[in-house]
Design a protein around this ligand. Structure first.
Ligand SMILES: *C/C=C(C)/C=C/C=C(C)/C=C/C1=C(C)CCCC1(C)C
Length: 249
């Protein structure tokens, strides 16, 4: 591990702690409010809470790994020799990224066959994107990182095309009162997800050593809170509004 200074160590520590609080409270909110929406929309909230719950678990492990990787002695941060475990993030994404897309599909309440086919297609693309990113993430050679970045960008861009092309006709079929919100959920996905490939390239653009490690950890944490907890709340709002538009729970 790179030599990290106390301010960087604390900053990452505090961001992990904040993310744990955000994921935990989002999980409680989403699961406790299931009864506020019609029964068709409950699976979307269950899955939404499952996503933040899986992230809560992984952030607890990430936090633990961060604490184990360093000790603070007389105000200086020293590496303990235990490696900070980056794999937790990728295991988390592998599970949560397909579920996030399924959440969005479920809250749209499409026909059964469309729900299944879109979930399978988007879920597979999302898993492929994460698997292709991992060999790059664990490499510190720029050319290796660029190669896997480029490969992972293919399913990533494909997902964006599906969200804008494939889901547009489904969007038009949504009740008037929720169209704006569903559109916002789609944009929230696009913008928050675009953050990840940008954070990934920071070390290839000249950011070095502990500064790069710090930026990556903070960048991914912010993106995770937006893409999972904030997104979950938007899904909840859509479900509540659709419940109202369709005549109550
Ligand atoms: C909750 C976690 C989410 C929404 C994670 C999303 C992750 C991505 C969109 C990652 C994409 C990547 C690329 C497109 C290229 C480089 C490697 C990745 C995996 C960072």
């Amino acid at each position: 591990m790179e030599q990290i200074n106390p301010a960087q160590y604390e900053l990452v520590y505090n961001f992990f702690s904040f993310t744990i609080a955000a994921m935990g409270s989002a999980t409680a909110f989403l699961w406790l409010n299931r009864s506020q929406v019609a029964s068709y929309y409950r699976p979307a909230l269950t899955i939404s809470g499952l996503v933040t719950f899986i992230a809560l678990y992984h952030y607890l492990r990430i936090f633990e790994s961060w604490e184990a990787a360093y000790t603070v002695v007389d105000g200086a941060v020293q590496a303990t020799g235990k490696k900070f475990n980056d794999a937790y993030r990728y295991v988390d994404w592998l599970l949560t990224v397909p579920l996030l897309l399924i959440e969005l599909i479920l809250v749209m309440r499409l026909s059964r066959s469309e729900t299944v086919s879109k979930s399978v297609r988007l879920g597979t693309l999302a898993a492929l994107m994460i698997l292709l990113g991992y060999p790059g993430e664990i490499s510190d050679q720029d050319n290796v990182r660029w190669l896997w970045w480029a490969l992972s960008m293919i399913p990533f861009l494909w997902i964006l095309v599906e969200l804008f092309g494939g889901l547009s006709s489904s969007l038009a079929a949504q009740p008037e009162s929720v169209r704006g919100l569903v559109n916002r959920a789609r944009w929230l996905t696009v913008l928050s997800w675009s953050f990840y490939p940008v954070v990934f390239v920071l070390p290839m653009l000249g950011l070095e050593g502990a500064a790069a490690d710090t930026a990556i950890q903070i960048g991914y944490s912010i993106a995770d809170v937006v893409a999972k907890a904030v997104f979950g709340i938007v899904i909840y709002m859509i479900a509540v509004r659709k419940t109202e538009a369709e005549g109550g729970a």
